[in-house]
Design a protein around this ligand. Structure first.
Ligand code: ZN
Length: 346
């Protein structure tokens, strides 16, 4: 059971209101950078203390999981954001506009990736938004073709991913909640766009597909999805055939039939055993129970317990206690597996 590792992408309470302000009331650039560095180190320590085996930078340096990447892309107008219905019009968001050909201005996440790498000996995971989710979170005034624009972003993601690998990142995860909204597109070309983004990488690669943060628009949407959520059924076979190593999915407290995990044979499966839409902290028993159900369909050496999604909208204390619950529940599941296999030896 050495391989039942923990993975999580906490993003708890990102930096929203730095206090060290300049005369304009805006945070001074150097103070903001220092505050981001401090928060990154704090959450690496918190993940280690909680008992996680795989840690991340906590996404403390970005305001939004998609826009954090777009801010470093030339060809995007951030000064004139527009309101756009996203995730198939589930909710409106203020989004920047693509106004010319896309190009990276330079490194996107070099600062926080190098900082994190220098301060942990644990395996380091880093997240990027996936191409399909990016094009669903930006207004197109230039390409006029969503697939073409997705592949243009995939090229840029690939540049940054290769640089993150050179920084010493062990696992690069692409967040693709849009795969659960545009299932046919995801199977038809979304996975191919992802393949473009991971081209040339030899670190571990992952894709995270969830039903979104625990915000009201998402929980309302989930209540319309019925008793069985089968969205994964369309895209998992395409992912099983792809070169992506790991698939992260939502599980606990969802209506995802656990047997859909069988469609990911040959892949590592990052199973969500912590609910991010509820402040109720899971007991170790509940987490171990969710892991046991997943073990019916995923071999133990391929199962990585993690959170259903990022903890960004949650309170700091709850986020911290949920990280500890993840570790404690996984430990309990490990002990049970070990005692079962010891029993079988008699
Ligand atoms: Zn998510």
């Amino acid at each position: 059971m050495r391989h039942l590792l923990l993975a999580a992408c906490p993003n708890p309470n990102g930096l929203r209101k730095p206090t060290n302000s300049g005369p304009s009331g805006k945070p001074r650039a150097d103070a903001l950078l220092q505050a981001k560095a401090d928060a990154t180190l704090l959450w690496i320590k918190a993940q280690e203390d909680a008992g996680l085996d795989i840690v991340c930078d906590g996404e403390q340096s970005r305001q939004h999981f998609v826009h954090g990447f777009l801010e470093k892309v030339e060809g995007i107008d951030f000064d004139n954001k527009v309101t756009m219905g996203i995730r198939n019009n589930r909710y409106d968001a203020m989004v920047p506009q693509v106004v010319s050909a896309l190009r990276l201005k330079g490194r996107v996440h070099g600062f926080e990736a190098q900082l994190a790498r220098a301060h942990t000996k644990k395996k380091l995971k880093f997240t990027l938004p996936g191409p399909m989710t990016i094009i669903d979170t930006v207004a197109d005034r230039f390409y006029g073709d969503k697939v073409k624009m997705a592949f243009a972003f995939a090229e840029l993601l690939n540049q940054e991913a290769l640089a993150l690998q050179a920084d010493g990142v062990d696992i690069i995860q692409f967040d693709e909640p849009a795969f659960n909204v545009y299932m046919k597109d995801a199977a038809d070309w979304g996975v191919q766009a992802l393949e473009r983004a991971v081209q040339g990488l030899n670190c571990t690669t992952a894709v995270h597909i969830c039903y979104g943060y625990g915000i009201k628009a998402n929980t309302d949407w989930k209540s319309t999805l019925g008793d069985e959520w089968r969205q994964y059924e369309t895209v998992f076979p395409a992912l099983a055939r792809s070169s992506i190593d790991q698939v992260s999915l939502e599980c606990i407290n969802s209506h995802v039939p656990p047997n859909l995990m069988k469609l990911l044979a040959g892949k590592d499966v990052l199973v969500g055993v912590i609910d991010v839409a509820s402040d109720v902290v899971e007991t170790p028993e509940e987490v171990a129970g969710a892991i046991a159900r997943a073990l019916e369909f995923v071999p133990k050496e391929r199962l990585f317990p993690c959170t259903n999604c990022g903890l960004a909208p949650m309170g700091r204390d709850v986020a911290w206690r949920k990280l500890k619950a993840l570790a404690a529940g996984t430990q309990l599941a490990k002990e049970r597996l070990e005692s079962t296999s010891a029993f079988r030896q008699f």
